[in-house]
Design a protein around this ligand. Sequence first.
Ligand code: HSE
Length: 448
Amino acid sequence: MKPVRIGILGLGTVGSGTVNVLSRNGKEIARRAGREIKVVQASARDLKKERACPTKDIKITQDPFAIVNNPEIDVVIELIGGYDLAKELVLKAIENGKHVVTANKALIAVHGNEIFQAAQNKGVMVAFEAAVAGGIPIIKAIREGLSGNSIEWLAGIINGTGNYILTEMRDAGRDFSDVLAEAQKLGYAEADPTFDVEGVDAAHKLTILAAIAFGIPLQFDKAYMEGISKITESDVEYAQAFGYRIKHLGIARRTEQGVELRVHPTLVPERRLIANVDGVMNAVLVKGDAVGPTLYYGAGAGAEPTASAVVADIVDVVRTLTTDPNNRVPHLAFQPDALSDLPILKMEDVETSYYLRMQVIDKPGVMADVTRILSARNISIEAMLQKESAISPKASEKKSGDTASVIILTHRIKEKNMNAAITEIEALATIKGDVMRIRIEQLNKEWD
Ligand code: HSE
């Protein structure tokens, strides 16, 4: 049988990794796919750049449209990232009857509904395993392995850069900006690193996971996102004093009122496995009603881990080349005409418990004011800690005068009650600056 011919858009880190994996494991991959897989063409911005993979059998062009319009190519691999050009290229490839494999989470989260519709009309596949959690086969696990379950919730560390920063802050007491600079040097960070630290990248991935977990359309615009840039070393230490670790989680949960879709720093009990996922590693915890909690762990970025997912998608596409398009695994796990219109909940309607840190003027009656405000909003306190300077605040956080840090852990309450309470607390003359709020999740089997 003739080899399947591949065209790669973007011969950077993941593109080179894909060529390397295909050439190193080519024989074994062909035994799995049933056909030889051959990269025949690739696009790159700079033709003179030295590549991290062998290119002698690959025609390299600066024009990515030459690939999507090349009648010799069966499958297009989109690895250029970003929204507009990637979308144009993918839609053109689909229009030309080519199957597409992409690692582009932004593209799928924002334009996926339109892309999948176009692919379905044309009878081609768009595979995107590499878009979420790099090398971890989480799309396949949820879409196929858990298809007997009603999925209740999932929570994931799905941005390696953010996890690396939080890990280094905790283990080495390092400063946020130092660690970010290192993550950028190591090539983990997005082209725009605010995507990593402000939760945009994680929200792209979470949007995709929620769609395939609950059978809902992709709704990135409704995802709540909050980054890690306001977390201080002191928060990391105080959390630890209460037996928690701070993780930047993407959480999607089905409730009777709708779907929670939220990315934010989260205190997680330190004994949970996911609380011990450190550095650039990713992990996704998925709770199905039949199977219970399941945890998927591995490298969420990098050349060959991401290539591992890209190549698995190529194999899937090759295996199904001759199947009836109506009998393939649906793009979003559920049949396209069976998607649910379950609403996405506003963040103010989400219920969680909270870690609050505030700087108070250390005099009688201050705590009574704070607890009165909390209690008026039905917020009950689970634990409280007052610290002068026992847990060394950074110089920049030190305040002159007789102030102290107060940390309060609360029971579960709707976010809108907490918003109102925080506004009132911040208005007290005895409170200095803003109240720091970090949500807490136990990640218990029963979500309580
Ligand atoms: N910037 C991403 C991360 C790369 O740090 O996880 C993989 O999507």
